[in-house]
Design a protein around this ligand. Sequence first.
Ligand code: HSE
Length: 425
Amino acid sequence: MKKIGVAILGLGVVGGGTYQILEKHREFYQKTQNVDIEVVSVLEMNRARTESLGVPEEKIAANIAEVVCNPDVNVIVECIGGTAAAKEYTLAALNVGRTVVTSNKELYAKYSHELERAAQRHNAGLFFEASCVGGVPIIRTLLDGLQGNRISSLMGIINGTTNYILTKMTCAGMSYEAALAEAKKLGYAEADPSSDVEGFDAAYKLSILSSLAFHTKVPFSKVFREGITNVSEEDILDGKQLGYVLKLLAIGKNTDAGIEVRVHPTFVRADHPLASVSDGFNAVFVEGDSVGEVMLYGRGAGSLPTGSAIVSDIIYAATHTEIRYSTFKNGEEAEKDVNFVEDFMSAYYLRLSVSDEPGVLAKIASVLGKYHVSIVEMIQREKGDGKASIVLVTHATHEFAIKNAVEKINSTEIANVESVLRVVS
Ligand code: HSE
């Protein structure tokens, strides 16, 4: 039976989950995969972690050199996070021909070109299923399951922390601050939640997924990004009244005009399948020319779900002799002839604060009309003191048209646009 020695760098949430799965299922993989996978080394300085997982003392390495030079180590699992030590250690492993499995989306989104080149040069495997959408096998689906298709779009909820926060704001009427505090208490959000709530985490993932789906490098810098920090309870309630639910969506499209990649809070109709993806769950829609729409749903984060993705990569590496790399070119920049669409089309939700007096609505409609923005529906709410809120949803229009129209409205005395949110109908 083939024997595979695994080293795990970092035994935090994901590394710890991976360790537990490999320990629990060693015999199961012997039977089902005909491979004996053993954790032979871990790099973790925190003794409380190694003790709580029951890692034998002799398996704890003192430094990265000890891990990469260990002849019993075939696969190195990088669960350190960040891009400093993680990049150095990953390159050290690839440069001596060790296969690396990583869950690190920031590392992969920013440095896949460098890592893949090192892997190719040294005939090492490099796998990253766990970098996107935790336990949901979206990367294998794009690489193996849907490779017969030209993929025109992918759209989904690919960050659990923000989905948890927005779910609590929508379903429990919590403020952003209270929902974030609860997300921290439950371990969804980190002490510094900025990567999740500012949309970076989802943008790293979208850069990786759209590169795979569209077979070209989609650099992280090309992803339009807006987080959820400015989302208000008022918008969530107004959206609800109009039949919408607010989600942080990642959207990638490959059209004749070019590639469009964006992460932003988005209203989806309450009967849209993504509207019912709640709490820490994730879901991704992929649209292929032959298969039509495929939706994957599951846990996008957490110890065992993300460990599940890592272990699937280890088994893949252990049971396939042919080494596979992602299918996009390993350049740092986008290819010169690929166009990225900035002035994308979307429907919009606008919330305006207005003086409640005759002619105001007509003036707003007139400015929108000048920019070819057409209104689908509208509600008005009295706010007292002669003020009112006007909430409207537009037909699909250009992002730049909305920006210009909002700027124009705000430059007059007519009204103040307090919120602009995109809508998927
Ligand atoms: N922080 C991420 C999330 C999980 O909340 O979905 C790891 O990417």
